[in-house]
Structure formats: structure tokens, C-alpha cells
Design a protein around this ligand. Structure first.
Ligand code: ACO
Length: 366
């Protein structure tokens, strides 16, 4: 019987060449198309970095204006999509609602191959899906998107019902930029597998959302806030975390498949969160929990090189701008759709179906 090289979890296996991003886990570096992600987060906006990933370069003033116009014009949801969202029972989680809302955006002109217009339209609508559902859960009428606000400011406006402060827009923009793209992570891979069958953009992104939902991937930040709240006091941090590790459980917001040093996104988001949370006892407790967690992981998992990952401080930033826990992972999806769709376009430009093997270890017929 033929056996194939086995790589459980595809650890260390490259399945594509990409010029979208470099994730250097040994040195803690993240590059988007030749630019440090950290610098992009400080000096640019969501739309500018999306342009970089989709078109290959940062936009000129005119290109930026054109992209912004297209995104604004595409924010509204079709009536049937709103109707479908409203049919979903209130106790269904936000990520499932987002996945269903995106799936409902399927349209006859969305056939293969995917286009930039499809990508822009979908990216513009994702915040509206989340905000529509959030408003319904709060018992109020969803707000129409504001044409005078940029992507991030409009998202916060639709969620909160008032124009956000520039500091909150800037902080959330930094988070959304730092999470737009991250190599061949589980959700991106899921999207690329679907794209490789020459399916369609909506199917790829629906698959990616399903993968992002899991707590080992994008579902971790709300579990980080749950952990901090369960710990409650600095004195309780060590016994609480130790009990988890004694029990063989994982500490949320720590560890990463690729980063064997500090996740550069965590470093950048720690600064963003600390600027907004200088006097916040929750943030003070979170940084204490981080220190104790790192010390205990060193003790219980020596040599595994477990550091704080992006999710730990993503939780802190999103909490600081006033987002509820259950919006954390959907907000991650609102940003990562940029990278997912850039990967779908890249896959389409040089496609071969992704079709790995498995090794049969069952019995043979008599
Ligand atoms: N807490 C405790 N132990 C951990 C943790 C953690 N957070 N992460 C890894 N380990 C341990 C494992 O138990 C294992 O120990 P062992 O050698 O004794 O068996 C060892 O470290 C290696 O773990 P793997 O599962 O092989 O690491 P992998 O690369 O497959 O997993 C992952 C990476 C899923 C992120 C993992 O570190 C984890 O579960 N972290 C917690 C969840 C989390 O924060 N997810 C968000 C990741 S960032 C993102 O996706 C955007």
C-alpha cells in the first residue's frame, strides 16, 4: 500500500507561494507586500491597507478616493439578506449569523472567477451584517450606514448609534489593519481550498468564517476576557491559571503555531490598548495575568516557546473601544475578509486544485 509523507496539522508544510504576507515566527516579523504591518497600522487606514493587499500597492489619493466611494456605495444589505438574518433565532451565535448572512449574499453574477468588485462589495457589507444583528439583539432598528464616515468609523457608528471618538476609530483601525492578513492560517487555507475547486468567492469566505469561529483560531479573544473576569483579582491569577494547567487545559491568548517568540501584533496592540486603558483596572489585571501566564507556561510547558498571541491584546483593544465580547470574533472576520479575499484572487490567478492525501490505517477486506 502506498503511504505518503505524514504532516499532522500540516505543520511546516507550504501549500502555496504568496506575495501577500510574510509571517516570520522565529523572529516575530509580519510583512504585508513589502511593508511592516506595524508601520501600516500606525500610518495608514483600513481602506489604504486593503488597497495594498488587493491591488499590490498603497493607493494614490485618487485611487483611495475611488476605493472609498465603491465601499460606501456597497454597504447596504439587500432586503432579502436582512430578512434572512431576522429569521435566525436570537440565541444563535454571532459567527453563525455572520456566516449565514455572507452566504445569503450569493448572486448570479458571483460566478468564477472572482473579481475585485465582488471582493469590495463583500468587504463593505460584512460590518453591516454584524451591526444589523447587533441592533436586533438590542431591540432597536438597525441604523443605515453613514456615507460621510470611513469603513471603521461607520462600523462603530452602526454598532453604537453615535459617532465614535477619533481615538476609538484610530485604535480599532490599528487592530483591523494588524489582522487583515496572516499567511496560510486555518481560515485562509479553508478559503483557498474552496477557491481551488473554482467554486465562488462567497463560498470561500463562508468556509473561512466557519474556520475562524473555532476557539483555537479566531474564537479566542472572548475567552480571554472570560478568563480575566473569572480570575477577578491579581491574587487569584496564579492559583487560577495553575489549576487550568494542572488540569491539562490551555490558556487562551497564549501560544501560536508559527510564532515561537512574541507575536508582533500582540506587541503593537498592547501599546494601542494601554493608550486607551491607562486607568482601567481591567487592563491592569490583564497585564498581570499575562505575566503570570507566561511564567507558568514556562514551568508547565518548558521549551514549547509559548508567548502571548494577538488574541490576548485584541480582546483588550476591542473592550477598550466598547465592543461586547460576542462582537470580538465577528470583528476579526470584518478585518480578515481582506486577506481571505486577496488569497482567493491569488489562488484564482494561478490555480491548481488543493487535494492532499491521507494514509489508510484501517483493515483490508478479507
Ligand atoms: N496553553 C497551554 N499549553 C499550550 C498552549 C496554551 N495556550 N498552547 C500550546 N500549548 C502546549 C500544548 O499543550 C502542547 O504541549 P505538549 O507538548 O505537552 O503536548 C505544546 O504546547 C504544543 O502545542 P500544539 O497544540 O502542538 O501547538 P499548535 O501549534 O498545534 O497550536 C494553538 C497552536 C492552537 C494556537 C495553541 O497554542 C492554542 O491552543 N492556544 C490557545 C488558543 C488561542 O489563543 N488561539 C488563538 C491563536 S492566534 C489566531 O489564531 C489568530
Amino acid at each position: 500500500m502506498t503511504t505518503h509523507t505524514l504532516a499532522i496539522g500540516l505543520d511546516g508544510i507550504a501549500v502555496a507561494e504568496t506575495d501577500l504576507s510574510l509571517v516570520d515566527g522565529q523572529n516575530g516579523l509580519l510583512v504585508y507586500r513589502g511593508h511592516w504591518a506595524r508601520d501600516l497600522a500606525i500610518h495608514h487606514t483600513f481602506e489604504e491597507v486593503a488597497h495594498l493587499l488587493w491591488y499590490g500597492h498603497l493607493p494614490s489619493a485618487q485611487e483611495l478616493a475611488e476605493l472609498q466611494d465603491k465601499m460606501r456605495a456597497n454597504r447596504e444589505l439587500p432586503a432579502h439578506v436582512k430578512g434572512i438574518l431576522d429569521l435566525i433565532p436570537a440565541d444563535v451565535d454571532m459567527m453563525s449569523v455572520l456566516r449565514t448572512g455572507v452566504s445569503a449574499l450569493a448572486a448570479p453574477d458571483h460566478a468564477w472567477p472572482p473579481s475585485l468588485d465582488q471582493v469590495i462589495s463583500l468587504t463593505a457589507k460584512m460590518p453591516t451584517i454584524v451591526a444589523h444583528r447587533f441592533a436586533r439583539l438590542a431591540g432597536r432598528e438597525p441604523l443605515n450606514p453613514r456615507q460621510d464616515l470611513n469603513h471603521t468609523a461607520n462600523y462603530l457608528y452602526m454598532l453604537k448609534g453615535q459617532e465614535p471618538s477619533p481615538a476609538h476609530v484610530r485604535a480599532l483601525d490599528a487592530y483591523l489593519i494588524l489582522t487583515q492578513e496572516h499567511g496560510m492560517n486555518a481560515s485562509t487555507f479553508s478559503g483557498r481550498v474552496v477557491a481551488s475547486t473554482q467554486s465562488d468567492l462567497i463560498s470561500s469566505i463562508t468556509a473561512a468564517i466557519g474556520a475562524l469561529k473555532g476557539p483555537l483560531h479566531g474564537g479566542a479573544p472572548s475567552e480571554v476576557t472570560e478568563m480575566i473576569e473569572a480570575i477577578g483579582t491579581k491574587e487569584n491569577a496564579e492559583p487560577w491559571l495553575r489549576a487550568k494547567l494542572e488540569n491539562g487545559e490551555r490558556l487562551m491568548g497564549f501560544g501560536h503555531r508559527v510564532y515561537k517568540t512574541i507575536d508582533p501584533r500582540a506587541t503593537a496592540l498592547r501599546v494601542v490598548a494601554s493608550q486607551l486603558s491607562a486607568d482601567d483596572p481591567w487592563f491592569d489585571l490583564a497585564t498581570h495575568v499575562e505575566q503570570v501566564g507566561l511564567k507558568l507556561l514556562d514551568e508547565y510547558k518548558p521549551g514549547r516557546k509559548l508567548h502571548t498571541n494577538v488574541e490576548f491584546f485584541a480582546a483588550a483593544v476591542m473592550r477598550a473601544v466598547g465592543l461586547d465580547d460576542f462582537l470580538f470574533t465577528p470583528t476579526f472576520a470584518v478585518s480578515r475578509v481582506v486577506g481571505w479575499s486577496a488569497h482567493v484572487l491569488e489562488q484564482a490567478s494561478n490555480n491548481r486544485i488543493i487535494r492532499p492525501q491521507s494514509n489508510y490505517i484501517g483493515s483490508m477486506p478479507e
